[in-house]
Design a protein around this ligand. Structure first.
Ligand code: ATP
Length: 199
């Protein structure tokens, strides 16, 4: 999957709209401590569906919205977009480029877009489950994560590799199907209780 650009606005330390254009091969972001390098990685994980504020190094989701600085007022919305090259058709969409966008407002309202059309968080997460670019994928390795992966139990390492390989999708689907079966089972039980009462 080739990520062509990352656009960030109102997310953490990025008050103004900033676009990072990436090239094929290796791209490196350099800067002094605390200048926002890790925030770029957080932004990418967030669009890919990260739901845990803690794993984005905040305590509440609101913490990811630019909170203001000495010369700057806070803003009301954070927005991050990723534009992927889709000339190989890796995403099942009829577009040469796929742009995914996530927004959050201070009142907690969230919005999601695929190529500028509103969608659900779930649609966005599903889009990536197959490609190995999901938030748990091998593709984003945060500070300390290298060691974590090396030290992980074999089962945990397997989960990471499975997402990278695009197998995780089936695990998620299976879990959902099992839950539906379970719900149906319970409904049936309730139904037969009612039937017994009537008889
Ligand atoms: P290091 O090299 O130390 O790891 P870094 O370049 O990765 O640093 P980050 O951790 O990405 O830096 O950025 C931290 C900066 O982001 C801090 O200065 C912090 O004040 C700022 N920041 C985080 N959240 C917000 C927010 N909601 N509003 C404004 N600034 C924020």
């Amino acid at each position: 999957v080739f990520l062509k650009s990352i656009t960030i606005q109102g997310f953490k330390s990025f008050a103004d709209r900033v676009r990072f254009d990436l090239q094929h091969g290796l791209s490196v972001i350099v800067g002094p401590n605390g200048s926002g390098k890790s925030n770029v990685a957080d932004a990418v994980r967030w669009v890919l569906g990260e739901q845990s504020a803690k794993s984005l190094r905040g305590s509440r989701m609101e913490d990811i919205i630019f909170a203001g600085s000495s010369g700057r007022r806070s803003v009301g919305m954070a927005e991050v977009s990723l534009t992927f090259d889709n000339s190989s058709g890796i995403f099942p969409l009829e577009f040469q480029e796929v742009c995914v966008t996530r927004r959050v407002f201070r009142d907690g309202e969230g919005q999601f877009f695929i190529n500028h059309s509103p969608c659900r968080l779930r649609d966005l997460q599903e889009l990536f489950l197959d490609t190995g670019a999901g938030k748990e994928g091998f593709s984003i390795i945060g500070q300390g994560r290298v060691e974590e992966i090396l030290n992980a139990k074999p089962e945990e390492r397997r989960l990471i590799l499975e997402e990278a390989a695009g197998v995780a999708k089936y695990r998620v689907r299976k879990r959902e199907a099992l839950k539906r079966l379970d719900d149906t089972e319970r409904n049936l039980e309730r139904l037969s209780d009612i039937l017994r009462e009537i008889e």
